[in-house]
Design a protein around this ligand. Structure first.
Ligand code: SF4
Length: 170
């Protein structure tokens, strides 16, 4: 799966994880959260189709970066393509990888998003997990990098090592 549909990207973001980050907004989401800020990303037919290698090349050409963030949509709706990007970035650029998803860590680990999503976890440093819950909307300062307070920052390497979700300490 060397192609990916994307809704867009931001080369230098300061709001989707710590530091200066390249953010890729993937197209397609199966969660349909009430109050979602980006409903135009829900359709799997929307956005633009790119080669995953062109995304990697664009990231490599981008100047200083602390990290790369998969956002959406839900990146796990195209986890095979995101896996290719994550593998290439791990080989070619020393930056940390965050991934936003409407699935919980436990759901991903149980296979709810497919086998490629489980493989992708091996390359992710922090998973921002869970559906957006409008009634739990984050207010400024109480839930950094998340839209609602039910969402968690999961330290993926520690969680995989310990076999249970471990929250990431900022
Ligand atoms: S998971 Fe994210 S993109 Fe998908 S519907 Fe929920 S808030 Fe919107």
């Amino acid at each position: 799966m060397s192609k990916i549909r994307i809704a867009g990207y931001v080369k230098h973001s300061m709001v989707n994880g710590p530091g200066v980050r390249f953010v890729l907004f993937t197209q397609g989401c199966p969660h349909f959260c009430h109050g979602c800020q980006n409903p135009e990303t829900w359709s799997m037919q929307g956005g633009e189709e790119w080669e995953t290698s062109d995304i990697v090349a664009l990231v490599k050409q981008t100047g200083y970066l602390d990290g790369f963030t998969f956002s959406g949509g839900d990146p796990l709706a195209q986890s095979g393509s995101c896996l290719l990007i994550a593998q290439a970035l791990r080989e070619e650029k020393h930056i940390d990888l965050w991934l936003y998803t409407g699935y919980t860590f436990e759901e991903v680990w149980a296979g709810a998003a497919g086998e490629d999503a489980k493989k992708l976890l091996q390359y992710i440093d922090v998973l921002v997990d869970g559906r957006y819950e409008e009634g739990l909307k984050a207010i400024e300062g109480n839930c950094l990098y998340r839209g609602s307070t039910n969402q968690r920052l999961i330290d993926v390497p520690k969680s995989l090592q310990q076999g249970t979700a471990v929250e990431f300490v900022l």
